[in-house]
Design a protein around this ligand. Structure first.
Ligand code: AMP
Length: 476
């Protein structure tokens, strides 16, 4: 759960990076950072908070150069320490390197132990520093970035979209299973790579294509060069990006997220029809689903919860009582739309169940007679190890409960989660090309104590093997 961006632009990059990161703010609100290369060395600035809080115009003016990378962070590994804020910056020999990463490695501990036993030290607790170590080691040895990324892809396991800048040249690569999104765009005087297409839109750029799984893209003032570094037999795009994480207006791996959510909403009605006075959503994440449900059911879409749009997720509360009050500040029920009414309430997912329970309580307090909950994801049964902040099984309300038990816990009149088949159909990929770990407990990479999907990865002696392609350069 992070957002990354890399830009080369003959007119300067800091303002462009700022707007691109603003467009990716939903992917991480805890910290933000930018590194640029001014022709001699790195200019860098990072801090805790939202993009708009961290960067002022005077700071952006000091971030000079025509190449740069940026990161918005939501920590999944590495705690909330200032040194963990990305991009991570390094200097070795006469080179300046900056690295930003979205995803989560599953073999960080082994790799870190190996490096520490060889006498290396680490300054952060992130898996991103491991990626940087591998790259720097190999670049120093061979001087070849393609070789370094090749080696890195062989050694690291997990999800990763990475952008690195070496002396003003930007390299972007995506894991061979394509777990995290990553795309390439053209802007007026250069190129951009970003986690989601919305960052390209924000700069008035043109979306070119997704970065292919296992591909390396090199960008500098001369243009773009693409090299296929590794090829896996299957893909494993994160299904939760479509359910919740990506912006609804993003196009990811060729699919408009809004359309997926709207189609799921329609299917939710077909799978679990109900007679009600209105259909409403938990804004904003449930809205596209609710619109689909209203369309198919012909029940009017009426907002019954208003969101305070000035309250971000950074509004962290120290006590349960304060957190419950916070839900009330964030979402306010409209009694005039609820009193004595039977309503369908649509949301994207139930994770711990605390939000749904509190919202239904508020709606009943506002006079709702019946609250029929419809959910755009199947029940979340297992944790995510690949970059989405999904807690342990113990904290997931549906991990050991049947749907009706969950319904009782959240006090809904009725509850239905979309079927996995319908969700996969709405996304439009082969089921084997999606990571469904959080829904099925079956993962596309080996994770200790968990089941791996053997059709997504090839195994040799229990080790993850991506089929390595030759270094065929294609230009675009
Ligand atoms: P809860 O069931 O209380 O954990 O809240 C679930 C709601 O939080 C969902 O409806 C989503 O809108 C949102 N959500 C889903 N996954 C996450 C996540 N990993 N981190 C933060 N919010 C999430």
């Amino acid at each position: 759960m992070c957002g990354i961006v890399g830009i080369v632009d003959a007119g300067g990059v800091s303002i462009q990076l700022y707007y691109a990161m603003y467009a990716l703010q939903h992917r991480g609100q805890e910290s933000a950072g930018i590194s640029t290369f001014d022709g001699i060395s790195l200019c860098k600035f990072k801090g805790q908070g939202l993009v708009a809080d961290v960067f002022s115009l005077s700071v952006l003016k000091d971030l000079k150069g025509t190449a740069g990378i940026g990161h918005v962070r939501y920590p999944t590994t590495g705690s909330n320490l200032p040194e963990n804020i990305q991009p991570l910056n390094f200097q070795f020999q006469d080179h300046f390197i900056s690295v930003a990463h979205n995803g989560n490695l599953v073999n960080t501990c082994e790799l870190r132990r190996e490096y520490e036993q060889a006498g290396q030290i680490f300054t952060t607790t992130t898996d991103t520093e491991i990626i940087a170590k591998i790259l720097i080691e190999e670049i120093t040895a061979s001087g070849c970035v393609e070789d370094a990324v090749h080696l890195c892809m062989k050694r690291i396991q997990g999800s990763y979209s990475v952008v690195i800048m070496i002396d003003g040249v930007i390299y972007a690569f995506r894991d061979p299973l394509g777990i995290k999104p990553f795309c390439l765009g053209k802007i007026e005087k250069g190129y951009i790579v970003a986690s989601e297409s919305v960052a390209i839109d924000a700069l008035g750029g043109k979306f070119l294509r997704d970065v292919k799984p296992g591909e390396l893209i090199r960008m500098d003032s001369e243009g773009v060069r693409c090299t296929q570094i590794a090829v896996a037999g299957k893909r494993a795009h994160c299904i939760f990006e479509y359910i919740y994480f990506a912006r609804a207006d993003a196009v990811m791996d060729g699919v408009l997220v809004y359309d997926v959510r709207r189609a799921i909403g329609q299917k939710l009605y077909e799978e679990a029809p109900v007679t009600a006075d209105s259909v409403g959503s938990v804004p904003d994440s449930g809205t596209a689903y609710a619109i689909g449900y209203a369309e198919r059911s012909r029940i009017p879409f009426v907002e019954s919860l208003m969101k305070n749009r000035y309250m971000g997720r950074t509004f962290i509360m120290p006590t349960q009582q304060a957190r419950e009050r916070a839900v009330r500040i964030k979402l306010n029920p409209i009694p005039g739309h609820l009193k004595d009414k039977s309503v369908v309430l649509v949301d994207d997912s139930i994770v711990r169940g605390t939000t749904s329970k509190r919202i239904i309580e508020m709606m009943r307090d506002a006079g709702a007679r019946e609250v029929h909950m419809r959910i755009g994801s199947p029940a979340i049964k297992a944790p995510c190890y690949l970059g989405v902040d999904m807690p342990t099984r113990k904290e997931l309300i549906a991990s050991d409960k049947a749907e009706d038990e969950v319904r009782r816990c959240i006090t809904a009149t009725s509850l239905h989660h979309i079927s996995l088949d319908a969700l996969v159909k709405a996304i439009g990929f082969d089921r084997e090309d999606l990571c469904t770990g959080c829904l099925t407990g079956c993962y596309p990479v080996p994770i200790e104590g968990e089941i791996v999907n053997p059709r997504q990865v090839d195994f040799v002696d229990g080790t993850f093997q991506s089929k390595l392609g030759s270094f065929e350069a294609e230009s675009s």
